[in-house]
Design a protein around this ligand. Structure first.
Ligand SMILES: [Zn+2]
Length: 315
């Protein structure tokens, strides 16, 4: 199975190599050369979209932004997350390969572009959009994410969620019950999980990147401590046989959630110790607190240095 887009990884690899060689790091601009938003949007036009059947009538599309869960049935398709607009032909083809049901429902797990970019076209073909109130809030206005060196303009009306979730909400569709549950601020302040209750499948959004260091969006309410609390909550609520869909990376289960949680806790501890000694961000990065984790977790958008700076910011 194709796990990630290699052109993005390679670009990130080259960027981090240049930064490391120059001994140069700008903490306010994690991505000094080109915003990852532009890189990811460009790559999405040619991305291969894979379809994986999970359980019951639930499948997962991978390859365009965050993982997209798809529930089929007589009430129309429900999508969890919208991918990148440039992948519309690939996503359309993938959806048609699952069933002929029209797309009627879209849930955004949070406001980030790699989960909401496709909102407008999905709405135009008939999807009602459901999300947490903070997703609507961030999409409604111009929003700067300093860590991506990017300012998102307000989204067009058709891209805005119209069914708003507070703390907790249930939907009944296609013979199953969906439970939408808001996390306390974690990766952002707008994250919700989506549980397919009859199928025992849980989409945990970007509170889990399976096999990768996660991005943490301090600019719209995220933090390392919030990310750890969400990871703890995920571990606590899943059973051994729950299928868990991460925001990025392959589907997994409880053991992989525990491994991710432990990685976050361990690196937070190392960075906190170094910061307590009075070390600057550059000194902490030079001490290489992610050295034992880089080969497994640092091969995607967020490398060890970038993740260290994200953790340092929140301690
Ligand atoms: Zn995200």
């Amino acid at each position: 199975m194709k796990r990630h887009n290699f052109s993005i990884s390679r670009r990130r690899f080259l960027t981090s190599t240049v930064l490391a060689t120059a001994g140069y790091f700008l903490p306010r601009r994690l991505f000094a050369e080109e915003s990852p938003v532009t890189v990811i949007r460009t790559a999405a036009a040619t991305a291969k979209i894979t379809v994986q059947k999970l359980r019951g009538n639930v499948s997962m599309l991978e390859g365009s932004g965050g993982n997209i869960a798809v529930l089929t049935g007589r009430d129309g398709k429900l999508l969890v997350d919208a991918g990148i607009t440039a992948s519309r032909p690939g996503i359309t083809h993938a959806l048609a390969s699952i069933s002929s049901d029209p797309v009627k429902h879209l849930i955004n797990t949070h406001w980030h572009f790699d989960h909401t970019d496709g909102n407008e076209w999905l709405h135009s073909v008939g999807a009602e959009i459901t999300a947490h109130e903070n997703t609507r809030k961030h999409l409604s206005v111009s929003t700067r994410v300093e860590g991506w060196n990017f300012t998102f303009p307000p989204s067009p009306e058709g891209a805005l969620p119209t069914r708003i979730v507070g703390a907790d909400r249930q939907l009944h569709l296609n013979g199953t019950t969906l439970r939408l549950k808001h996390y306390a601020p974690a990766h952002t302040d707008s994250d919700i999980s989506v549980e397919f209750m009859n199928e025992n499948i849980l989409h945990v959004a970007d509170t889990w990147w399976n096999g990768y260091f996660p991005f943490i969006d301090y600019w719209t309410g995220g933090s390392i401590d919030g990310a750890i609390r969400a990871a703890e909550a995920n571990v606590a609520r899943v059973a051994e046989d729950t299928i868990v869909i991460p925001g990025h990376g392959p589907v997994g289960g409880k053991a992989a959630l525990i491994e991710f949680r432990d990685m976050l806790v361990a690196i937070r501890g190392k960075v906190a110790d170094l910061k307590k000694q009075g070390k600057s961000l550059v000194e902490v990065i030079e001490a290489h607190p992610t050295v034992d984790y880089d080969s497994k977790w640092g091969q995607f958008v967020i490398d060890g240095k970038t993740f260290t700076s994200l953790v340092y910011r929140g301690i």
